[in-house]
Design a binder for this molecule. Structure first.
Ligand code: BES
Ligand code: ZN
Ligand code: ZN
Length: 477
């Protein structure tokens, strides 16, 4: 997609994003009323101007004093898809009314249009006919540099999010631990992100015991993928950790639902971390960050991890595997220990960890646990970028639910309740001394069944923009 900032456009398809107040003013002489500016209102019509018949797509943003960047992203997503349905690949965007900075406006336009018109049609024999090719961002005369900066940021954030969507949407016969690692290596070749992949004997040497145990039932052996971006080595190191289960069948504790195709996305946390590093590198942010992705395929078989077996972790903790379907926490534990060994001061993990978290918060919001300041900052940033998170408590009293008869801890809890919390409590045991930690459970928002706003049915790319912004803004980074 090509972006241009212009005062006048030569394109004949106009996307007008406007507040209720701006709609009343009937901009461009369009036949509009206040209601056209209502939030989520979308109107598309042909209109004659200066002898030409043009397509006008008008999307409401709501009252001026309530407009947030999220409204703009959503409206752009809807308007962009409407333009494509009309076969328009070149569009002009006009934003009228909201009191947001030029940079925020430009960034939101780009994110909304790119993410809202995203398609994953690699495996469709009939490809989507149209895609947005050229966008004119129409702005008043004056300083264009904030718009330019906003577009650059939007392009980076959208590209990282599309990368995460592509990875999560990819079926598990194509995306395995080894091919995911290859993909990451190829993707970051020639960028400031260096990639190290550990497998086979490395895992033994590094004592990544959870990863070995979870991965041993699969034909495709596990990997630990380490990405490094050190543009400011003097700054405290942040570790981003993403669960990379390329398929979660449950293992010996096999899942029994009718359709478990979605478990190809059990690496959506990994995708979020990879996407965030992509954004950070594109923008050349002055930060110090590593991404850790433990990648495995959870399969039943003659060599599988068995219920009842015990894993002895590098930090001395022993874990009774009570249920092989609670595998995510087992591999994240290794990554948390490794983050400490790498010298991280702050660690944020993101994972499609529990159905319980999805049950609690639904499909739009992830749960966040851990350090108060971290969870608070993540919530604030999430509200701004649209990757919403909600703080859930680490209830010490529930530790007893993880008690094991013959190991230090079990990987599932007694009883049906509080599953998202007990999973987080399990992870807390592996957070190295002195590391400030937060855990994001994104089982709910990993995918969406309906296309709306800038979310398109399929993987959402949740977490990319949240983590990228977090690394950028976290004090000390
Ligand atoms: N990957 C799943 C969690 C999940 C469920 C993610 C639905 C996205 C959508 C995880 O590995 C899992 O199987 N969790 C179990 C844990 C249980 C065995 C304690 C769950 O949530 O049922
Ligand atoms: Zn599982
Ligand atoms: Zn899983």
């Amino acid at each position: 997609m090509e972006w241009e900032i212009v005062a006048e456009t030569r394109f004949s398809c106009h996307l007008v994003l406007l507040t209720s107040e701006a709609a009343k003013e009937r901009p461009f002489g369009l036949p509009l009323e206040e209601r056209h500016g209502k939030k989520e209102e979308l109107t598309s019509f042909l209109f004659e101007r200066g002898g030409d018949i043009e397509r006008w797509i008008v999307a409401g943003l709501g009252p001026q004093d309530q407009v947030r960047s999220e409204h703009l992203r959503r409206a752009c997503g809807e308007a962009g898809r409407t333009a494509l349905k009309d076969g328009r690949e070149e569009v002009a965007v006009h934003v009228l009314g909201p009191s947001l900075s030029p940079e925020t406006i430009a960034q939101s336009i780009v994110e909304g249009l790119v993410l809202g018109t995203y398609v994953f049609d690699r495996y469709k024999s009939k490809k989507h006919e149209y895609r947005l090719k050229r966008v004119d961002v129409v702005v008043p005369e004056g300083d264009r540099s904030p718009y330019r900066a906003g577009i650059e940021r939007g392009v980076a954030h959208a590209a990282g999010t599309c990368l995460a969507r592509d990875l999560a949407n990819e079926p598990s016969n194509r995306l395995r631990p080894d091919t995911l690692a290859d993909h990451v290596q190829r993707h970051f070749a020639g960028t400031p992100v260096s990639v190290e992949v550990y497998g086979g004997a490395d895992l033994e040497r590094m004592r990544l015991r959870g990863l070995q145990a979870v991965g041993k039932g699969s034909l495709y052996s596990p990997r630990m993928i380490e990405m490094r971006y050190q543009a400011a080595p003097e700054k405290p190191l942040i570790a981003l950790i993403g669960k990379g289960m390329t398929f979660d069948s449950g293992g010996i504790s096999l899942k029994t639902q009718r359709d478990i195709s979605d478990m190809r996305m059990d690496m959506a946390g990994a995708a979020a971390v990879i996407g965030a590093l992509d954004v950070i590198a594109r923008l050349g942010l002055p930060v110090n960050v590593i991404g850790l992705v433990p990648a495995a395929e959870n399969m039943p078989g003659g060599h599988s991890m068995l219920p009842g077996e015990i894993i002895e972790y590098a930090n001395g903790t022993t874990v009774q595997v009570a249920n092989t379907d609670a595998e995510g926490r087992l591999i994240l534990a290794d990554a948390l220990i490794l983050a400490g060994q790498r010298g991280a001061q702050t660690a944020v993990d993101i994972a499609t960890l529990t159905g319980a978290c999805a049950a609690a918060l639904g499909g739009k919001v992830a749960g966040v646990f851990g350090d108060d300041r971290l969870t608070h900052v993540l919530k604030e940033i999430g509200d701004e970028v649209g990757d919403r998170v909600w703080p859930l408590p680490l209830v010490d009293d529930y530790e007893t639910m993880l008690k094991s008869e013959y190991a230090d801890v079990k990987n599932i809890s007694e009883g049906p309740y509080g599953g998202a919390i007990t999973a987080a409590l399990f992870l807390r045991r592996f957070v190295p001394e002195g590391v400030r930690w937060a855990h994001i459970d994104m089982a709910g928002p990993m995918d969406t069944s309906s296309t709306k706003g800038y979310w398109v049915a399929g993987a959402t790319g949740f977490g990319v923009r949240l983590l990228a912004r977090f690394v950028e803004e976290w004090p000390g980074s």
